[in-house]
Design a protein around this ligand. Structure first.
Ligand SMILES: Cc1ncc(C[n+]2csc(CCOP(=O)(O)OP(=O)(O)O)c2C)c(N)n1
Length: 635
């Protein structure tokens, strides 16, 4: 593999050398991810598929689209990024997902799931229009990603287009957690249908041969194919019903067989689906055994398989996701109306705890954010109180549902938006940058963000009270700041902020957990003789107007801090308040995510880049000309 930098190098090899390439590629992924972190099991599962596709296709002329892209490490390594792979997901290094600006082999930028069929179809239709009839268009999509509405929408459209499209369904029975739903059952059913499996390869081969002879022979073969499939499956095939030609299931780890089938499929016109059965984590025994844990395990010892965790000598604050996961159970024990919903992220948001403890009251609905929101709305119409937990960036998918199905109808749905703010190594597709702005403009909506674990619990408690209407609670990835967080629940008055500390001439207004950077900044500033005041706004809607009147009457310098976009965020809301209330003299500096795409890196690196880490806040206080060494603290 040392000599393979591009697919052209791979194509120099004999087919009987491909297995060796697969072995080395798999080992290289293990070597690098174990010391660097990142997604793991998914890439191991598609090693053979990756090698076979690059061997048969003429990329980048042929368009290969990876769905989600968390499984594309092999693809990156074989397409010019072997040397750079050690910088994967690191600040200023290569992206953990395919990215158009990174390589011409990355045909489409991904990160969010279930876009690949739509994209590949768009490419195929464009090629057809331009007369590029020899061009192949391939979407590789997992059975998890296939559960999303977008994938079904694309299949529905593709079936009536005569474009050259191959969908490869990478069926490993897993999403991040075990895949859910009827489609999964259906796929398992066909994958284990023995009589059908005996004929599966011959069909592709015969069709390919006949299509080479001419259209008439091909038509006759199609009829025979349909009747064989119909009889053997004993019911119509779902994909065939959508006018796709279905092939498989085949073993996705037999690279030579994959090469043979892909060559055949290349010659068959129209929309086709190849069902590949693979094992997530293939080739690394521990990952095969516990596929959820090894989806993205962090750093590990590749020999022993021990996942490296920093060891501390005293208890550490919990992750926000666990505060959610444990608190919803406590609340649900007291309030029988509470339900929990997650679109495919039970481990990621810790709703798995409730799914285990209260299986009839917590649901993983698959990668289906839109459905998750409207399903929650349905529960709410019946007087139940759903906590719909969606990562902030995935919530972007379900915006219409939030407005149309929840806000207009004033339903009591609680949206817990995990991973709000910059998320770190997953990068721009996953940053939860926009939620404060896009939720704030919706009537009937309450929009809040806790500064610590206790506030998260109390906001959850507040939101589950009767008649609260739609209620957003957004919190970041990672750990909080309180060890002793499991305190008795207390309601927080909606729309009320709190003062953290008094100060002189500068007031800092923050929202959410980034307020802890303000606390750090103020500790350092105090040591230098600067005394800014600090307010935790807690809500961007409704805004605490009494608090703001107080602030603008006392202070002539204000800094707003948010781990969210500046356009339309909390700072914007405060400037609107100033304009509406005639506060023209105050000098305001807004800190938050600027109007550009923020790449990947650790959260503190990105806060610094965007200018709202503790150090930047200190600079801003000084830049505003804050008074120094005066002790006339306003109260
Ligand atoms: C819209 C959206 N929701 C959720 C996710 C989080 N996510 C990343 S990978 C994944 C599982 C994908 O499963 P599958 O497509 O079967 O691929 P596998 O990991 O099994 O190879 C999920 C839910 C996402 N990337 N995009």
């Amino acid at each position: 593999m040392q000599k393979i930098n591009y697919p052209s190098d791979l194509k120099q090899l004999n087919e009987n050398e491909l297995e060796q390439v697969c072995q080395e590629l798999r080992q290289y992924i293990i070597d690098v991810v174990s010391v660097n972190g990142g997604h793991f099991a998914a890439s191991l599962g598609v090693v053979e598929l990756t090698v076979a596709l690059q061997y048969v296709l003429n990329t980048p002329y042929d368009q290969l689209v990876w769905d989600v892209g968390h499984q594309a490490y092999g693809h990156k390594i074989l397409t010019g990024r072997r040397e750079a792979f050690h910088t994967n997901r690191i600040y200023k290094g290569i992206s953990g997902f395919p990215k158009r600006s990174e390589s011409e082999y990355d045909t489409f930028g991904v990160g969010h799931s279930s876009t690949s069929i739509s994209v590949a179809l768009g490419m195929a239709v464009a090629s057809h229009y331009k007369g590029e009839t020899d061009r192949q268009h391939v979407a590789v999509i997992g059975d998890g990603a296939m559960t999303a509405g977008m994938a079904f929408e694309a299949l529905n459209h593709a079936g009536i287009e005569s474009s050259n499209l191959l969908v490869i369904l990478n069926d490993n029975n897993m999403s991040i957690d075990p895949n859910v739903g009827a489609l999964k059952e259906y796929l398992t059913d066909i994958a284990t249908s023995k009589p059908y499996n005996r004929f599966r390869d011959d069909i592709a081969h015969v069709l390919a041969k006949l299509s080479a002879i001419g259209p008439d022979a091909f038509k006759i073969a199609q009829k025979i194919e349909k009747s064989i499939k119909g009889t053997l499956l004993k019911r119509s095939n779902f994909f065939e019903a959508l006018k796709f030609r279905y092939f498989g299931p085949i073993d996705g780890h037999d690279v030579n067989h994959l090469v043979k089938v892909l060559k055949d499929l290349r010659d068959i016109p129209g929309p086709k689906l190849l069902h590949c059965v693979t094992v997530k984590g293939k080739g690394y025994a521990l990952a095969e055994k516990d596929q959820t844990k090894w989806h993205a395990p962090g750093l590990f010892d590749k020999i022993t398989g021990e996942i490296k965790k920093t060891k501390y000598d005293k208890p550490q604050p919990p992750k926000y996701q666990d505060v959610f996961g444990l608190s919803i159970i406590e609340l649900a024990e007291r309030n029988p109306k509470i339900m929990g919903i997650t679109p495919a992220m039970p481990s990621g948001c810790s709703l798995n705890l409730m799914m285990k403890a209260m299986p009839t009251r917590a649901f993983d609905v698959g990668i289906a954010e839109q459905h998750a929101v409207t399903f929650s709305a349905g529960l709410a119409t019946q007087g139940l109180i759903p906590f719909c937990n969606i990562y902030s960036s995935f919530m972007q998918r379900a915006y219409d549902q939030v407005i149309h199905d929840v806000a207009i109808q004033k339903l009591n749905v609680i949206f817990c938006l995990d991973r709000a703010g910059v998320v770190g190594a997953d990068g721009p597709t996953h940053h939860g940058a926009y939620d404060l702005a896009f939720m704030r403009c919706i009537p009937n909506m309450t929009v809040s963000a806790p500064m610590n674990e206790e506030e998260l619990r109390n906001l959850m408690f507040t939101a589950q009270q009767d008649n609260m209407g739609p209620f957003v609670i957004r919190y970041p990835r990672g750990s909080g700041v309180m060890v002793d967080w499991q305190r008795p629940f207390k309601a927080i008055p909606v729309g009320k902020g709190r003062k953290i500390c008094d100060g002189d001439d500068v007031a800092i207004l923050s929202i959410g957990a980034i307020g802890n950077e303000v606390v750090k900044a103020i500790a350092d500033l105090n040591a230098e003789g600067y005394y800014p005041a600090h307010y935790d706004m807690r809500f961007v809607k409704p805004l605490d107007e009494a608090l703001l009147h107080d602030v603008f009457q006392k202070f002539d310098k204000v800094i707003t801090v948010e781990d969210g976009c500046l356009e339309g965020g909390m700072g914007s809301a405060i400037i609107e308040f100033m304009a509406d209330n005639g506060y023209h003299k105050t000098q305001v500096k807004r800190l938050g995510i600027p109007d550009k795409i923020i790449e990947h890196g650790e959260q503190p690196e990105l806060w610094a880049e965007c200018g709202y880490d503790a150090k930047s806040i200190i600079e801003q206080v000084k830049n505003l000309g804050a008074k120094h060494n005066t002790h006339t603290i306003a109260s």
